[in-house]
Design a binder for this molecule. Structure first.
Ligand code: UD1
Ligand code: UDP
Length: 363
């Protein structure tokens, strides 16, 4: 059985690493890895292949950055070409990026079976490009691997038939368990940045709704800068956010207070997360990782897809509408203790369940 896996953006390299490891140990299945090239900077792409033991992509389509339509369209055409050539039995797509949608669409039009990993997530906010990608990918896919019970219920509500839905847990939890230990052994980031455990806040911001709205961007970064006078704020800066900060003239203003660093590799990121006193983010993956390492999290968005984190009390969601709201949110979260314990993301064997299910499927 031949499986084509489509990846392209940072979180997909991490998810694919967890699945690929199992896939390549399974007899009778062969993976062809396709990188769309959506992310291309060395610290947004190459670093993950180096440290996560992911095999080199068989194809790098080199699509790069563009508007949504142009980027997705170019991917669609290039992926189709690969599928014509490879004729796989299955296409695997991950998450909710433009690479995900292009992969699912290219495959379903060629009547190739599509499996969506991390299916059923919903923010119910159709202004988010990711929400459109999720809904369309789920409805185009043959098999939906849901990470949570909430995701299963979302899919059921949309009329997706029961036999297509598989609750398997979250492959990011698999990755956190496996690489968490490796990070402890290998990462030197705390020494390099002279950070002491639980004496800093880790922040990441990259969501379009925050970077592309100057008022929100300003509220977030000025809020961080204010808090940074009391506790260090370390922020690996996504290239999209760097560009927005430079364009709005905010970069020079905040760089004095916030420890802005280049995006880091996954092992360094895990170490930064594990040892943070608080994580403030708009990332989907980082919200969950905060919980995996039992670090309180503040999500700077209107809503979250990962509602279990809020229910368990490990995550608070605050729309970053003003600097005061952001700084007050952080101060309150710093005072709050952790939440309840729970395991809503499976048992760390999501990848095994996914590959077992695909490998045993009828062609
Ligand atoms: C994408 C995903 C988002 C995901 C995020 C993970 C979509 C619609 N969005 O957002 O869901 O959370 O990846 O990080 O697919 N850039 C570089 N170098 C790079 C990559 C990007 O400079 O290697 C800059 C470019 O200016 C580009 C911008 O970042 O225009 C945005 O990149 P893009 O891949 O379009 O979206 P992300 O914001 O990264
Ligand atoms: N991440 C990383 N280095 C960084 C920032 C994030 O390795 O500098 C990892 C993070 O640990 C998580 C994933 O990237 O596993 C999340 O990706 P991102 O926030 O870009 O996207 P999202 O999850 O919001 O789609």
């Amino acid at each position: 059985m031949k499986i084509v896996s489509i990846v392209g953006a940072r979180p997909q390299f991490i998810k694919a690493a967890a699945v690929s490891r199992v896939l390549r140990k399974t007899q009778g299945v062969r993976e062809v890895l396709v990188h769309t090239g959506q992310h291309y900077d060395a610290n947004m792409s190459e670093v993950f292949f180096e440290e996560l033991e992911i095999p080199r992509p068989d194809y790098n389509l080199g699509i790069g950055s563009a508007t949504h339509g142009a980027q997705t369209g170019r991917m669609l055409e290039a992926i189709e070409e690969v599928l014509f050539k490879e004729k796989p039995d299955w296409v695997l797509v991950y998450g909710d990026t433009n690479s995900t949608l292009a992969g699912a669409l290219a495959a379903v039009k060629l009547h190739i079976l599509v499996a969506h990993i991390e299916a059923g997530l919903r923010s119910f906010n159709r202004c988010m490009p990711e929400e459109i990608n999720r809904v369309l990918t789920d409805h185009a896919s043959d098999v939906l691997f849901a990470p949570t019970q909430t995701a299963v219920e979302n899919l059921r509500r949309e009329g997706i038939s029961e036999e297509r839905i598989h609750l398997v847990g979250d492959v990011m939890y698999d990755a956190a368990l496996y690489y968490g230990k490796k990070a402890e052994r290998q990462s030197q980031i705390l020494n390099r940045l002279e950070l002491r455990p639980k004496e800093y806040i880790l922040a990441t911001i990259h969501r379009a709704e925050n970077t592309d709205d100057p008022q929100r961007l300003c509220a977030i970064f000025e809020g961080f800068a204010e808090v940074a006078q009391e506790i260090k704020v370390v922020l690996p800066l996504h290239p999209r956010t760097r560009a927005a900060l430079v364009q709005t003239g905010l970069y020079d203003k905040v760089v004095r207070n916030i420890s802005l660093i280049e995006p880091v590799g996954y092992l360094d990121m895990v170490m930064l997360e594990k040892n943070a006193r608080l994580i403030a983010t708009d990332s989907g993956g980082v919200q969950k990782e905060a919980f995996f390492y039992r670090v309180p999290c503040l999500t700077l968005r209107e809503e979250t897809e990962w509602v279990e984190l809020v229910d368990l009390g490990w995550n608070r969601v605050i729309p970053p509408t003003s600097k005061e709201r952001v700084s007050a949110g952080i101060r309150e979260s710093l005072q709050a203790s952790g939440g309840l314990d729970g395991y809503p993301y499976g048992d760390g064997k999501a990848a095994e369940k996914i590959i077992k299910s695909i490998a045993s499927s009828e062609k």
